[in-house]
Design a binder for this molecule. Structure first.
Ligand SMILES: [Zn+2]
Length: 214
């Protein structure tokens, strides 16, 4: 219940399928490992790409390995405004109906017609940790952050459980700046509504119509 969860900030990055990567970097080219990430088997690559939308461009966007079945660009809401494409909040892998953009590498350019998401904030954990925290895969939870002068309770934080995960909450740069996080921020799951999940939008509507529950 009181288990501190490290909060990690994901800057804009892309996951790529091998086919798309080879279009941008050349046939037969492979990802080059640069640095390990907190989730086992996940890493940052040496390769970088340029991302372009109707209104703007980002250079040096990091590629995260290994290859995935589908290319997926993860940006913040602020990034989406700069690129000029709608920011759609989705869980990783849920890209149907999302906007596309233009990707450029040293060997070529590629238009993707979907795959740009603003990642829904989430917590990775193992099945044992889920038991300790009394939550299950796909639960939406509240997380209270540790911060100086700008603490925040995040709602709608989705729990992701897998034996392949390590305990970490992932937020984007907008969310990290919102609670002015220090170098090693952490948070704790806050059990409201007797520990049951509850939809924050519904809660807000109830309060506005005079119903108070906690
Ligand atoms: Zn994550």
């Amino acid at each position: 219940m009181g288990l501190a969860i490290p909060i990690e900030t994901s800057a804009r990055h892309i996951h790529m399928c091998q086919k798309d990567f080879e279009i941008l970097f050349g046939e037969g080219r492979a990802l080059t490992y640069k640095a390990e990430l907190s989730q086992p088997g996940q890493y940052v690559c040496e390769e970088r790409i340029t991302v372009t939308g109707p209104k703007g461009t980002f250079e040096n966007v990091a590629i995260l390995g290994p290859f995935r079945p589908e290319t997926q660009l993860e940006i913040s809401m602020t990034d989406s405004r700069k690129l000029g494409i709608p920011g759609m909040i989705r869980q990783s892998g849920d890209t149907e109906g999302t906007p596309g953009c233009t990707l450029t590498g040293p060997n070529g350019t590629l238009e993707i017609d979907h795959g740009v998401i603003v990642a829904k904030r989430h917590i990775h954990m193992t099945p044992v940790q889920a038991m300790q925290l009394n939550v299950k895969d796909n639960d939406d939870v509240f997380v209270i952050t540790e911060s100086y002068e700008r603490s925040l309770i995040f709602a709608d934080v989705v729990v992701r459980v897998s034996p392949k995960f390590a305990l970490a909450m992932h937020v984007d740069t907008d969310e990290a700046n919102a609670f002015a996080s220090d170098s090693t921020p952490s948070g704790v799951i806050l059990k409201l509504f007797s520990g049951n999940t509850y939809n924050l939008q519904k809660w807000a509507e109830e309060i506005q119509s005079g119903i108070h529950r906690l």
